[in-house]
Write a protein that binds this ligand. Sequence first.
Ligand code: B12
Ligand code: SF4
Length: 524
Amino acid sequence: MRILLYNPDNGVTRNFMPHLWMFLLQALTPPGHEVLLIDGNAQPMDEAQIAQFVRERNIGLVGIGAMTRMIAKAYRTADAIRTTGVPVVMGGPHVTELADEALGRDGGPRHADAVALGEADETWPQIVNDAVRGELKDIYAPVDSAGKERKPPLNPYPVIPWDSIDLNQFNLVPKAAYPLLKQVGEGWGTFRIIPVESGRGCPYGCEFCTVTGFFGDSIRFRTNESVVDELLLLKARARSEKGQMAVFFIDDNFAINLKRTKSLLRDIIAAKAQVHWVAQISANLLRDEELVDLIAASGGKWVFIGMESIDPVNLKDVNKGFNKPGEYATVLERLAKRNVYAITSFIFGMDNDTTGVAERTLEQVRTWPPGLPIFGLLTPLPATPLYKRLETAGRLTRPRHWQEFIPFTMAHTPLKMSIGEAHAEVKYGWAHAYSPEALAQAVDSLDDQPLGYRINIFLARLCFRGIYFPMMGKLAWLKVVAQNRQTIFKLVKEAFFGRRTRPRSPEVEDSYEDVAARRMSAAK
Ligand code: B12
Ligand code: SF4
């Protein structure tokens, strides 16, 4: 049978990274089947085009996975495919929580022939076998023979054949540039960011998050060896095509077990399996100096930190009191001293937020080493404790917000400001963190660093800007380039004529604070 695994586009930006679930299920498919992958972010298709693709390629089963924000598109696609007579099975966090919605048992239309609840590593082979026999069940739940919920142990973990999978749709380098860029350094003909998991689960139970409910609070890890082998495979693939491979460790909290993470990083270093990587780690776990040393030595370049708020009252409200805003600066300095930078994520519209929260947050951000701040709105995802609390309090303004997904739009009323004010705060955050002045400051604050770092932070900021201000066409990019021409000119000039580098010395190790102090006194 030919199977199509499809992930709908997120409706806002082109995702920089493919979704792991597709590769994982492809690797777990019983032998004798051909599995095709389409990520709508990389290969945009409308519903009619996908239905036509399914017909023309003689597909026998379609699997669709989606987060809540893409579920409306996923349902439309499933509807179009089902009109061709091909069965659709859906999985992922949204349909796990709302299986009745997907199966049309809540009074609405039916979109899926079957739903895979929770982690489908062990149910997927059974789904495929049932589909071959034309005997799909409505629901597949990951349970053991006694009917008790069973979480895949991740050991053994399937080998994803990164050396042979067709990854063309996920190359971030334009095709036309391949012949030239493959000659640069070790080769830049391709650049891909690949998702790799080293473990699953998070015990913290933040109120707005689906992870603790979905993956459970018991944490499971792959063996170090299995992760290291995967990295070596990716490195070999990059070398063979004169390109680059970076890895996103998608674990929800990569350092949740410090001892295990350190041992993994040591093994990566010992096996020379280092690639540039990014991972999500909560700030409290980054207090450990040895961990941060190992992060840097094993190829870690960016750490995604869910800071959420600089207000301890807000953090306590959402059960994230383990985040201590007072230590954010120290943690970021600790990373920056090793040339590791942070993607700092903030949520506005929390119950203790008042107008001006964006500027108050930015005042702090400006005193930190340069990073990539991102701003979102508190969103009640189905089945989270937050959803239940707001529903009970009658505060949901769009209880089924996913049926009509609108980016950066609230679905409930915050306590101390209006919905419109919360939206304005998010806009202010993005506009000011990614203005040409802010980009220039980020580049300048790395004055003591080689040009490569400065270009890196500049390009990363340009790309992140697109999360809120989508830059989909050439014209949009040209406009941004024009706005940032001074910084671009400066970097190009340095590339050709060099510049006086200011060496990093103990006296300038706290230079971010100095820079911040200078900036603040200049602003007065
Ligand atoms: C990596 C990641 C991202 C990446 C992008 C996704 C990517 N390209 O991989 C980035 C960092 C960009 C991202 C961003 C966001 N993310 Co995110 N992300 C994740 C993360 C950490 C890992 C996803 C993953 O690969 N997991 C491992 C795989 C193996 O698990 P899985 O995808 O769930 O798949 C398993 C099952 O669900 C099932 N399954 C899944 N699909 C299918 C399909 C079929 C047919 C079948 C049979 C089974 C099946 O089988 C798989 C194997 O067991 C998850 C949390 C988590 N641990 O999953 C959050 C998560 C998916 N993200 C979430 C959210 C909310 C977001 C954002 C909206 C955050 C924000 N406010 O901006 C953005 C939106 C992104 C966008 N623009 O589209 C939520 C989604 C919750 C929900 N109900 O939708 C999650 C669950 C985290 C959370 N806080 O609750 N994210
Ligand atoms: S620490 Fe992160 S993954 Fe864990 S519950 Fe909180 S938000 Fe979710």
